[in-house]
Design a protein around this ligand. Structure first.
Ligand code: ADP
Length: 176
């Protein structure tokens, strides 16, 4: 019995686990970073996929959103940031990664996330969605509320990484 257990562990050790974390990240917040760091503990490789999200009319261009994330994730070599155009299932197939990470802050997130998870699995039966919950301090945090606070002149440094905070302020200065 003991020998069998060892061989199962040895086989598993050779399997590299990967997951995709998709979103708009307009902009990245400490809530997103919390989810990414939890995912990085669970998976060998985490691919953060930044959606073009044209229909959401993002405040930041795709390149800026990617840059803010990449700067914030320096020092996490198992995490990479890529752009995502089109369907998540197509990205999953092209990368051969069928685990998707999403964050669940509160019950209010549940209905949308549940619908998305089931639709994605309908489109690609191999796809599984794993939900991670952030530290309590970040459950109220969203990109939308951060942009609102910044627009009204509030201090956003407790909510977003430094690289994002300076870009958001710069963006709003230009918009005035
Ligand atoms: P969307 O994918 O809807 O454009 P976001 O880019 O804001 O949304 O977020 C990507 C994912 O991260 C979603 O699953 C969202 O629920 C989750 N998320 C956003 N903010 C937080 C937070 N503060 N804590 C945990 N998860 C979060």
């Amino acid at each position: 019995m003991a020998c069998q257990g060892r061989s199962i562990r040895a086989t598993n050790a050779a399997i590299m686990t990967s997951a995709i974390y998709p979103g708009s990240f307009d902009p990245v917040t400490f809530g997103h970073l919390d989810v990414i760091s939890r995912a990085a503990h669970l998976f060998d490789r985490v691919v953060v996929a930044v959606a073009v999200s044209e229909s959401k009319s993002p405040l930041f261009m795709l390149e800026d959103r990617i840059a803010m994330l990449s700067e914030s994730l320096e020092g996490m070599p198992s995490v990479e940031v890529i752009p995502m155009e089109g369907l998540l299932v197509d990205l999953a197939r092209s990368h051969g990664i069928f685990t998707v990470i999403r964050g669940l802050r509160a019950v209010s997130d549940f209905e949308f996330e549940f619908q998305m998870a089931l639709m994605n699995r309908k489109l690609e039966p191999r796809l599984e969605t794993v939900f991670l919950t952030p530290k309590e301090d970040y459950t109220y945090l969203s990109s939308r509320i951060v942009k609102e606070v910044a627009r009204l002149g509030g201090d956003i440094t407790p909510f977003v990484p430094a690289a994002a905070a300076s870009r958001i302020c710069e963006m709003l200065r230009r918009a005035v």
